[in-house]
Ligand binder design. Structure first.
Ligand code: NAD
Ligand code: TYD
Length: 359
């Protein structure tokens, strides 16, 4: 049976990659894509889709419950894939309010719409209804160097307003399963990278700054560790969970590699040096700046559950994934230039980096 998807936040980084992924692996799938087009979302991310006739974009807010209910009924949606969120830790430190509104209130209102249309009205005739919630490893807090990787049973200990808002939404999703019997799955994923990532996050920011000869701002000592996953692998994991995951379960997703930030940045510099671009050696642009307040030191994901139960594991290694990502940004300078010309982007760079100075 072919699913009818409502993808929220499908004009953002991972959501747009997910739409493209689904259109490649399951072209007949009907996708309704609901996105508010905040600073992080753009229709440019959805250009040249493989099967445009099976993708229907709706410019709306996940908090507009009646509009979501109408979409569920009219398009006979049986599967919600919920990406929409405020997603940047540094922005949550500058202004947490939007994170509470979208990540917590928004998820709550989306759950309410699903409960009403699917469970109360039974307006969708389907045995496969599913609310899949996209979450993050950051809900588990931070690890010391020798700590074992996060498991699905690791207690939640979110440290930033972003992580706390995602943790809160995870709990709401879980409770709708437990209390109302709404069929749900949750995935907690590590840091993604790849095409269409907004250049406020580490990897695209470093590529952009290196290409344009600007400083490469390393927070603190640069020895913080993230678990990096190529975005297409994340999309495949989500689809695997939707198709085969057990109702009410959470699944950790990660790339099984944990280099310190400084190593990621130096690798990007080397890739650009090899291409013979200007500003060589790019490492001369590295600038240590004031650390992020409350900066989580280390994340690492134990992915045994999704591997053993559902047979998923990452396909891309970090070295090749970084090369492909650098190539994508070089080939898509128009996409990048359109973003950096935006007033909002320039303001963000000013707010986040102007005050930091050198460490
Ligand atoms: P993103 O910031 O690139 O995109 C978010 C999208 O949500 C944008 O298109 C935006 O317009 C939309 N949006 C925001 N508020 C909305 C609202 N109220 N109504 C409708 N749409 C709204 O984010 P991303 O990096 O693609 O992350 C997607 C999801 O994956 C998020 O839930 C995030 O917490 C989670 N996640 C991200 C990562 C990562 O490394 N980027 C890792 C793990 C989990
Ligand atoms: P980021 O991409 O913002 O993701 P997250 O905070 O969700 O992990 O940051 C990844 C790591 O890179 C994190 O340890 C913070 C660090 N970082 C910098 O050192 N400099 C920067 O300019 C940015 C944006 C991040």
């Amino acid at each position: 049976m072919t699913r009818k998807l409502l993808v929220t936040g499908g004009a953002g980084f991972i959501g747009s990659n997910f739409v493209r992924y689904i259109q490649n692996v399951s072209p007949e799938t009907q996708i309704t894509n609901l996105d508010l087009l905040t600073y992080a979302g753009s229709l440019e991310n959805l250009r040249d889709l493989p099967v445009p006739q099976n993708h229907h974009f709706v410019h709306a807010d996940i908090r507009d419950q009646s509009q979501v209910e109408n979409l569920l009924r009219q398009n006979q949606i049986d599967t919600i894939v919920h990406f929409a969120a405020e997603s940047h830790v540094d922005r949550s430190l500058q202004g947490p309010s939007a994170f509470i509104q979208t990540n917590i209130d928004g998820t709550f209102l989306l759950l309410e719409a699903a409960r009403k249309v699917w469970l109360e009205e039974k307006a969708v005739d389907s045995t496969i209804i599913r609310f899949h919630h996209i979450s993050t490893d950051e809900v588990y807090g931070t690890l010391a160097p020798e700590d074992p990787a996060f498991e699905e049973t690791t207690p939640y200990a979110p440290n930033s307003p972003y992580a706390a808002s995602k943790a809160s939404s995870d709990h709401l999703v879980r409770s709708y399963n437990h209390s109302f019997g709404l069929p749900v799955t949750i995935s907690n994923c590590s840091n993604n990278y790849g095409p269409y990532q907004f250049p406020e996050k580490l990897i695209p920011l470093m590529i952009l700054n290196a290409l344009t000869g600007r400083p490469l701002p390393i927070y603190g000592d640069g020895m913080q560790i993230r678990d990096w996953l190529y975005v297409e692998d994340h999309c495949e994991a989500i689809w695997t969970i939707i198709e085969k995951g057990r109702d009410g379960e959470s699944y950790n997703i990660g790339g099984e590699n944990q280099p310190p930030n400084i190593e990621i940045v130096k690798t990007i510099c080397q890739i650009l040096d090899e291409k013979g671009l200007q500003n060589r050696p790019h490492e001369q642009l590295i600038t240590y700046v004031q650390d992020r307040p409350g900066h989580d030191r280390r994340y690492a994901m134990n992915i045994n559950k999704i591997h053993n139960e559902l047979g998923w594991q990452p396909k891309h290694d970090l070295a090749q994934g970084l090369r492909d990502t650098v190539d994508w940004y070089i080939e898509n300078t128009d996409w990048l230039n359109a973003i950096i010309k935006e007033k909002d982007y320039q303001q963000w760079v000013q707010i986040n980096y102007q005050q930091r100075g050198n460490a």
